[in-house]
Design a protein around this ligand. Structure first.
Ligand code: MTE
Ligand code: MO
Length: 525
């Protein structure tokens, strides 16, 4: 490729040293990095034992970032935290690539060495992935670095030739460089996309599609008419799976083959055992309507959702294992290393606490923990709702789950909360008869009353949707004659024990936000 052309010219290295313009050298380095990364990602997609080095670097960042920063990122970015992290990694990779190009322009070996060093750091991050094969990962990194260095050399030589010839025959040489650059970009994009497609997501979705959930022995029962008010803009009683909020530390959604999956019940138990997916599916299942909330949910926030979950009650598995005295904490462990722990008595007392395999009538979506996760009514997700569950460990209270050393409370009961959904985004309506509507939740206690206050008026009792279950949120609404101007609307809920939610405003850390939601609505003529 281009070799014969180069022999009539000075040595490629000399030309590169003296003549490749800085801009072209930076572009060459960037494209070389992209091509090298693309090839490694292709290998990662094709081979289970080779982790994506880009995602591994992201995992390393997530693991090493201090708790307060991780919290701040979730607070600022919510469920966009992952795309932002990946975009940052891409930006840093692009800058490093461009820098390497500039270094190689002065001395090629230095640029090549920088390339190998950066790749080695990526490989080091990759080796920390749970099922990485050391040999294959190093090999993939070596191939990626070789591709990067090769592309860099070819592009720099072409850029140098272009510069050297810019007086006599600029157009052919420039076209030659641009063609090579376009070729490198194509390799980068095609291999990167190929790697993504091969990465196992497709396979998991196929495996999911083939699964039939068993008929529960204790179904959740029909939803009474009037349990969903169906007011435009009001969050539906059951949030569709595709719209359900997602929060986790997993940059790559774990792709678990249920045929190979096992759940281990171990620790302080008389009869530790493991159970396969088929065995779990053949046990008696229950269904329960449970509202799940993230402790990072701000007052008025969207990190909360309600679904119909199906699975095996936790207490059944614990009965079989025989929980020992002193096993005060139940820790769920994920295939990706995440852990979350809560009091063992909750698992025994709350009969709807389950190892869930179904969500809204479907096998769990990959993002929500396929093939199995924990769902425990009344507890924030960070202490309870372990996705991609691999083990249930009975232990004492000394063990800390993932988020505890990162600044979150050891225990995480969900606070009684309400949210105003309507008037919706923009909070601008025209004058006239307008509903004010929202959802309120206090899992395990239920919602007994919601009150709404408009401006400085009295607290008015809202209409509640038909009761479904104490673990499940309840919609509410208040008819309102909206008059032109700006209005301030507040809401507050009372749980099934008659306790009013606190009006004390607290931040999400360490144990969940509290306070009444307050919105401002602009009413136009
Ligand atoms: N494996 C794993 N499970 C996890 C988490 C995680 O980071 N990894 N996050 C937890 C948190 S903080 C919450 S709020 C819930 C969110 O569940 P969802 O994404 O299905 O809504 O999952 C929990 N389970
Ligand atoms: Mo969470």
């Amino acid at each position: 490729m281009g070799e014969p052309r180069l022999v009539e010219r000075p040595q490629a290295d000399d030309a590169a040293r003296r003549r490749a313009p800085a801009g072209a050298a930076a572009l060459s380095g960037l494209l070389a990095a992209a091509a090298g990364i693309g090839v490694v990602e292709l290998a990662a997609g094709a081979l289970d034992a080779v982790p994506s080095l880009v995602l591994s670097v992201g995992d390393a960042v997530i693991d090493s970032v201090p708790g307060w920063l991780e919290r701040a990122a979730i607070a600022a970015l919510g469920t966009n935290d992952k795309p932002v992290l990946l975009a940052s990694i891409a930006l840093v990779a692009a800058l490093l690539g461009a820098g390497t190009g500039l270094l190689a322009r002065r001395r090629f070996v230095l640029g090549a060495a920088a390339f190998v060093l950066i790749t080695a750091l990526g490989v080091a991050a990759g080796l920390a992935a749970p099922d990485a094969s050391a040999v294959l990962t190093v090999l993939a990194g070596a191939v990626g670095a070789a591709v990067g260095v090769g592309v860099l050399r070819v592009l720099l030589a072409a850029a140098a030739a272009d510069a050297a010839a810019s007086d006599d025959r600029p157009t052919t040489d420039r076209r030659h460089f641009l063609l090579l650059a376009a070729g490198a970009a194509t390799v980068a994009v095609a291999s990167g996309v190929g790697g993504w497609l091969l990465s196992g997501r497709e396979r998991v979705d196929q495996l999911r599609a083939a699964i039939r959930l068993p008929v529960p022995v204790r179904p959740a029962g029909p939803v009474p008419a009037g349990a969903d008010l169906e007011i435009p803009g009001l969050t539906p009683l059951f949030v569709p799976n595709e719209e359900f909020y997602r929060i986790d530390t997993a940059l790559r959604v774990p792709t678990v083959d249920p045929a190979e999956w096992q759940l281990e019940i171990r620790g302080m138990v008389d009869n530790p055992f493991t159970i396969t997916y088929d065995e779990l599916m053949s046990m008696p299942h229950i269904e329960a309507d449970i509202t799940l909330s993230c402790v990072s949910n701000e007052v008025g926030g969207t990190l909360v959702g309600n679904a119909r979950w199906q699975g095996v009650p936790l207490f059944r598995l614990l009965e079989r294992a025989g929980v020992q005295q002193g096993a005060t904490q139940l820790v769920g462990r994920s295939v990706d290393g995440f852990t979350a722990g809560f009091p063992t008595v909750t698992a025994l007392d709350v009969t709807e606490a389950m190892v869930a395999v179904g969500m809204n009538g479907e096998p769990l979506p990959a993002e929500h923990g396929f093939p199995a996760r924990l769902v425990v009514p009344g507890l924030y997700g960070y202490v309870s709702a372990t996705k991609w569950l691999s083990a249930i460990e009975l232990t004492d209270w000394d063990v800390d789950g993932y988020w505890i050393p990162r600044g979150w409370a050891k225990e995480g009961p969900i606070k009684t909360s309400t949210r105003i959904d309507v008037p919706g985004p923009g909070r601008t309506v025209t004058a006239g008869e307008r509903p004010i509507a929202g959802v309120a939740w206090a899992p395990t206690r239920g919602i007994e009353r919601v009150e709404v206050r408009i401006d400085d008026g009295p607290w008015q009792e809202a209409e509640l949707a038909e009761r479904l279950d104490v673990d499940c949120w309840r919609q509410w609404y208040l008819p309102w004659e909206a008059t032109p101007g700006v209005h301030v609307i507040a809401a507050r809920a009372t749980d099934g024990l008659g306790e009013l939610q606190t009006d004390e405003r607290t931040p999400v850390a360490p144990d969940g936000a509290s306070g009444y939601p307050v919105i401002e609505v602009v009413v136009e003529e």
